[in-house]
Design a protein around this ligand. Structure first.
Ligand SMILES: NC(=O)C1=CN([C@@H]2O[C@H](COP(=O)(O)OP(=O)(O)OC[C@H]3O[C@@H](n4cnc5c(N)ncnc54)[C@H](O)[C@@H]3O)[C@@H](O)[C@H]2O)C=CC1
Ligand SMILES: O=C(O)/C=C/C=C(\O)C(=O)O
Length: 506
């Protein structure tokens, strides 16, 4: 279907009668138990459709088919043939950008103007890894005089278990699937239960591309059942997880029995530090975008703002004006900047934090939610003023459109404040003094740090967090360490001396 032929209203109507199935061994099937769960629209809290509820039996079936595909068709392909499939997935995603973005916004409440970009990034993830594998998945060779040559090769690990969250589902799923497939693994994906629509669409896209049966499987279901079964299955060789820190910790423990490789992209509570010599307007733009885009449901969100005391009052005045002007509304509307949160449970969690913030002495300044949208899970963009770094709202991941604003005096103090937290995912520094920029950037404990920039991505660099924000790095060639087994081959070039144990003397 071309994008011009695409009829949005008809598409959404059809969706409401179409239930979602699992995708196992190249077929769309019901869960063995025949159970389903309701998928809700965050804008109305009405049921969109029903989703097959996979559990251990379905996971085991999917793993079995992924294992067979790894040993069979997929494992036997030439690299170029494999990468042709990977590039083809990107091509078909590009043909469906509008449709996938619409599904994503409908399912998650993320504004359509933002989901379009994320879907385009998803296609890029596949192209990028096809290119990386063909050009950068290279081994090393060491020569030892004329006696040996020792070289390394990368081998796919086997069945990759991928467990993903709901905050940018399609993009984050593809960020794992692309390197997993490009490096030669087969995949079982367990998407987040609150956002199944685009994972199902991805299964349809991959089905259309015609990947061999069993190479890619999707098992919908809950974390404690389907997710946990994927983690404990001994035939799954790696788990790549993105989600909350406490879930990551549980998965790491549960995967230990079968000694799996794990990669953990976890929570964040990232500082943005604005010095008094910063480009004021750009820092303001970046700070506002960084916390209120993705509805604030963003792991790299700059949720802790540290303002130098000389600019505090002026910056806060501007922030108040921005917060009042942000367009809160229907996620399907192009003009919307902040939509409803994913689920009423999450809404309750975020509003609970706002209550705690007030009880702890914070002063809340919030934008407006239009009256007609009260049925959705809306939280207005909010500033928490008068906060200090020891308060819950400054220390815990709220994962909503809530910015905690704090004041600092000097560089030393702000570095201590920025690091006084269990998380270490991202950070942002704004200053025109480039030496200070580097100094502060290097002193902040975070996996990623941007100077005078919002969160702009370069897919070649490692992505991930330090402290409680993660284990390991994906992205660029760093993903090869995780998705492949490195084997070293030692080759003798001469008949070198070998000790002759047990040999009779002549
Ligand atoms: N560091 C990063 O790159 C990113 C981190 N995140 C983090 O994700 C979180 C939001 O996502 P949520 O979906 O709420 O996270 P979550 O941890 O609740 O769930 C994530 C996934 O794990 C599954 N799961 C839950 N319990 C499980 C278990 N015991 N065994 C196996 N699987 C299990 C869920 O079903 C879901 O598919 C936030 O904390 C956010 O910071 C989100 C995006 C990027
Ligand atoms: O760019 C990536 O690879 C991942 C980005 C993820 C986020 O920014 C998020 O989920 O917040």
């Amino acid at each position: 279907m071309t994008q011009t032929q695409f009829d949005k209203q008809q598409f959404l109507k059809d969706l409401e009668v179409k239930d979602i199935q699992l995708y196992v061994n190249g077929e769309f099937i019901d869960a063995e138990s025949t159970k389903t769960f309701d998928n809700l629209n965050p804008f109305t809290n009405e049921v969109i459709n029903h989703v097959a509820e996979g559990d251990k039996a379905d996971i085991d079936k999917a793993v079995e088919s992924a294992k067979a595909a790894f040993k069979g068709t997929w494992g036997k392909l030439k690299v170029a043939e494999r990468l042709e499939y990977v590039n083809k997935i990107a091509e078909v995603i590009d043909e469906h950008v509008e449709e996938v973005a619409l599904l994503e916004s409908y399912d998650t409440g993320l504004p359509i103007s933002q989901t379009r970009k994320m879907v385009a990034r998803a296609a890029k993830n596949f192209r990028f890894y096809a290119e990386m594998v063909s050009s950068r998945m290279v081994g090393e060779a060491y020569q030892v005089d004329d006696e040996f040559i020792n070289y390394t090769i990368h081998k796919p690990r086997g069945v990759a278990g991928l467990i993903t969250p709901w905050n940018a589902p399609f993009m984050l799923e593809t960020w794992k699937i692309a390197p997993a497939l490009a490096t030669g693994n087969t995949v079982v994906l367990k998407p987040a239960e609150w956002s199944p629509l685009t994972a199902n669409k991805l299964a349809e896209i991959i089905d259309e591309v015609g990947l061999p049966d069993g190479v890619f499987n999707v098992v919908h279901g809950f974390g404690e059942t389907a997710g946990a079964s994927l983690v404990s299955n001994p035939d799954v060789k790696l788990i790549s997880f993105t989600g909350e820190t406490k879930t990551g910790s549980e998965i790491t423990k549960n995967g230990a029995d079968s000694l799996k490789e794990v990669s953990m992209e976890l929570g964040g509570k990232s500082p943005i530090i604005v010095f008094d010599d910063a480009d004021f307007d750009r820092a303001l733009d970046a700070c506002t975008w960084g916390i209120f885009s993705f509805n604030g449901e963003r792991c790299t969100a700059n949720s802790r703002l540290f303002l130098h005391e000389n600019i505090y009052d002026e910056f806060v005045e501007e922030l108040k004006e921005r917060v009042g002007n942000i367009v809160v509304g229907d996620p399907m509307d192009d003009k919307t900047q902040v939509g409803p949160l994913i689920h009423s449970t999450h809404f309750n969690n975020v509003t609970r934090y706002l209550k705690i913030a007030e009880e702890e002495g914070g002063q809340l300044v919030s934008g407006k939610i239009p009256e007609e949208f009260k049925q959705g899970n809306f939280v207005a963009p909010t500033l928490v003023l008068n906060a200090t770094n020891d308060k819950s709202v400054a220390q815990e991941e709220v994962f909503g459109p809530v910015l905690t604003v704090m004041k600092f005096k000097d560089e030393e103090e702000v570095i201590d404040l920025a690091n006084d937290i269990e998380y270490g995912l991202a950070g942002y520094v704004w200053t025109k003094d480039i030496q200070r920029g580097h100094r502060v950037a290097q002193a902040v404990d975070s996996g990623m740090l941007w100077i005078n920039s919002q969160n702009v991505r370069d897919l070649r660099v490692p992505f991930g967090g330090s402290k409680s924000s993660g284990i390991g790095r994906e992205g660029g060639h760093y993903a090869f360490d995780f998705y492949t087994e490195k084997q070293v081959i030692h080759v003798a070039l001469t008949d070198h001396h070998i000790p002759q144990f047990g040999k009779k003397k002549d």
